[in-house]
Design a protein around this ligand. Sequence first.
Ligand code: ARG
Length: 561
Amino acid sequence: MDYKKLLADTVIIEGIESEEIMSQIVPSRDKAHGDYSLPCFRLAKAAGKNPAELAKEVVGRIGCYNFLEKAEAAGPFVNFTLNKQSYAKDVLEKVLSAGEYYGNSDIGRGKTVCIDYSSVNIAKPFHIGHLLNTVLGAALYRLHKKAGYNTVGINHLGDWGTQFGKLIVAYKLWGDDKDIEKRGVRSLVDIYVKFHKEAEKNPVLDDEARAWFKKIEDGDEEALSIFNRFKKSTLEEVEKIYKRLNVTFDSYAGESFYNDKMQPVLDLLTQKGLLVDDNGAKIVRLGDDMPPCLLVRSDGATLYATRDLAAAFYRKKTYNFDKCLYVVASQQNLHFRQWFKVLELAGEEWYKDLYHVAHGMVSLEEGSLSTRSGNVVYLDDVLNMAVSKSREIIKEKSEDLPNPDEVAEQIGVGAVIFGVLYNNRIKDMTFSYSRALNFDGETGPYVQYTQARCRSLLEKCSYPDCDPDYSGVAGEEAGEVLKLLDSYPDVILSAVEKYEPCYLSRFLVDLSQAFGKFYLACNIAKSPDAVRKARLMLVKAVRGVLADGLSLLGIQSPEKM
Ligand code: ARG
């Protein structure tokens, strides 16, 4: 039910359309002012009246409606109080009949959004620096789907660059296939670090590395086969983590994919007179407020930005996107501003549809993880630690769980995801296991727990076959829960609009807290049939919305915990 619209229709002001009135109606901030308010300033001006007078007049003309308990004038405001029972009926029927589709919308219908996220680097550790862009991007992917968009998730792999020449040299000198098989990327990182140490003493190694990279570029069979093995081994490892995080992609077209797609872009920029020579290198000048964008080095090598430009053209052509999001740390602000500007100068109007969804850095609380791998924090280790801690907690809290390992995985991973999606994305954050795993805090496990508790209530209490008595959910505590349930679709839309999944994670905590208060205030199991039915409907609606919200964030809902 759209209450703003219903309420607007009760208001009669001569010469002013109902739409205009509706646009002024807002949910009341303070319960003392009812559920919705109509500030009369704007309308009074249009009607040539004094706002307080107009408010009185409006109230005098409002007729009798089932859904409306009362309308009062308070100074320049009209305050509306809805009939609690009919509101409860509306909201619960709406949520329950929509089921898992509740909160879906069609604002994205017919539109395509490409989302570039995670975008890990081959043969480099999947470290905590990639945690936020991975889970943030995946959440935005699901949220856009929920809002009706056609979504394309892209993992723009870092699989190109001179470092792979170095790695091949290192591999030929010290590589141990058995170790690589066993320790994967960690083994590659070790020989790569060793290469740098050795190359300082013996610069010939660098020349060899360059030669090997050239071989990759030229498609040399041996070079490619070694490189592809690195890629395969990295991806196998990364896939395992994606699986734990419930993250998927539609495309793994990485930087190397654009190897043969850069020249046409460079040609276009040359044609437009934008690409100019600068001591043998090729750059695009961007004006006074930004350094030029370097696209070809003097040795002929292309750059990260060159490949991003080629990728943007490719995506536009292949997917004809309405929006293309880049979920990448704010450290790369300049990079994105630069090459977006190149497109603008080139007259590619769709540059306006590219957004750098920047985010802050995640670090770990001091001393919370000792890594054998120096100062890189592997994401895998973080997840394992969270899971083993949650395993300890549930051992204490609920010893008779039939599947404690599975639940510990769901809670531990969920706590990490929720923990990093709880803040505005642009903020840097320090991740703390104890904070993220606090079952009573503003955390994933708290929301998961509330959801599991709803489930067990629904199992325990019989669901009567009579008409519900909505007076059972007309109290203040239930009212808060209903209002939140009612706002879920709007929460999703604002999370999509602002690229902020934290609106959703905060909402889930609010809903869990409101439910906790309702549960304390209202007996469910022992209430009379018709009242119990209404209350169980509310429990069911809360459980559905919590589980749906969690799944949008990539978090599972354990049945019991
Ligand atoms: N691989 C890059 C890094 O780890 C991130 C790539 C982001 N996506 C992009 N299209 N530039 O820093």
